[in-house]
Design a protein around this ligand. Structure first.
Ligand code: ZN
Length: 384
């Protein structure tokens, strides 16, 4: 994720902190300072937030380590102001496994709450609940209740909460996966509307949560649809066969005229029938703004770029797009350049194949003949 800093590697999984998270810390410290004019209280506010996010991190590790038991690795875990995101390399195939992976996160918070409860009872520090608030009361007891809230909120049976995955896993035992996803996603969006409506009259923060839930539920539904549509297709079925290439000795001016005169944004660079680089539109614009009109393509092309093969499945290609932050990937067969895949074209394919699937017509040729523009966010495809 952009604007994230690595804070360490635990159990072989990189943990990142998003820049906006530091803003949240600063905001909490500052608002406590303004309210109480007391450095100690401001520090306790910041410490409380850090304690909560350590619990969020442990929650994500609950998902990640349970997934590892089923042979699924986690690429990384990022802490955002709205919570954590564990990027699993794929979703569990069996509903039973998905159920356990989804439950493992909230279970961690329940365990933390129980341990804190036992400690507070044994040491006689348990205060009556009505004396406890977000900003006052026994520190550890507040952490305890925050963990109960984390477990409870995440178990709401709607996407994108963990409870949505639990619901889908249960529904998927008796119906098709995409339909189960749609129900869990619709529940999520219905819930978001309720949150938003309530937020208008009560706490504006609810509107913010509603927005997050609405977008998350929509992404989850789109990802499940893409998964079911692309399941039986390979890269060959969706790649573009007609495209322009450049040679390393070409001037940038040739690349710019190709961009202006056609649909292509990025260009494979070929030297004696061998793929040697990729010229990205962004790099080309950078060179142009530096006044490098006479540079050759070979000077600014990228030599390190992801490639796809014609026979591979489409799902893993999405991950490579995301990791390398590119939108075009060359398709290489035995060292020969045979096609291009672009995110935009994949989105078009998704629309067309969805329509064909809905009409129960299956045919690659028919799909290629239609052209429907659509921009979609494919980052959701990697699952969380
Ligand atoms: Zn979770």
């Amino acid at each position: 994720m952009k604007w994230s800093w690595k804070i360490g590697t635990f159990a072989g999984i990189g943990v990142y902190l998003h820049a906006t998270f530091l803003l949240l810390l600063a905001w909490i410290g500052l608002s406590h300072w303004i309210d109480y004019r007391n450095f100690g209280l401001a520090m306790i506010g910041v410490l409380f937030l850090l304690a909560i996010f350590s619990c969020v991190l442990l929650h994500e590790f609950g998902h990640a380590l349970m997934a590892r038991r089923f042979g699924i690795e986690t690429k990384d875990i990022t802490l955002l102001p709205i919570g954590g995101v564990a990027r699993l390399e794929r979703l569990p195939e069996k509903p039973g496994q998905e159920l356990l992976v989804a439950l493992a996160g909230p279970a961690v918070n329940v365990v933390i709450a129980c341990l804190l409860g036992i400690y507070l009872l044994l040491t006689g520090h348990f205060e009556p609940i009505r004396q406890i608030g977000l900003t006052h009361g026994e520190f550890l007891e507040r952490v305890l209740f925050a963990n109960l809230f984390l477990a409870g909120f995440n178990l709401i049976p709607a996407f994108p909460m963990d409870g949505g995955r639990v619901l889908r896993a249960l529904l998927a035992r008796r119906m098709e996966y995409p339909r189960a996803t749609r129900i869990a996603a619709n529940t999520g969006q219905g819930l978001a509307l309720c949150f938003g409506f309530l937020g208008l009259f009560t706490n504006p923060f609810l509107i913010f949560i509603a927005l997050f839930v609405w977008i998350g539920a929509g992404q989850e539904a789109a990802a499940a649809q893409a998964k079911s549509v692309f399941e039986n297709l390979s890269v060959r079925d969706v790649m573009i066969g007609q495209f322009q290439t450049l040679s390393p000795s070409d001037r940038i001016s040739r690349a710019t005229s190709l961009v202006l005169g056609g649909w292509q944004q990025d260009f494979p660079v070929v030297d004696r029938e061998r793929l040697v680089g990729m010229l990205l539109r962004s790099d080309m614009l950078m060179a142009l703004s530096n006044g490098d009109l006479n540079s050759s393509v070979g000077q600014i092309m990228r030599r390190d770029f992801p490639v796809a093969t014609p026979e591979e499945a489409i799902q893993p290609v999405f991950g490579r797009f995301h990791d390398a932050e590119v939108t075009t990937m060359p398709v290489v067969d035995n060292g020969r350049l045979t096609g291009l895949v672009t995110l935009e074209n994949l989105a078009e394919n998704l629309v067309v194949y969805s329509a064909l699937k809905a009409a129960r017509v299956h045919g690659v040729g028919a799909a290629r003949a239609v052209n429907v523009p659509l921009k979609a966010n494919y980052r959701t495809l990697e699952g969380q």
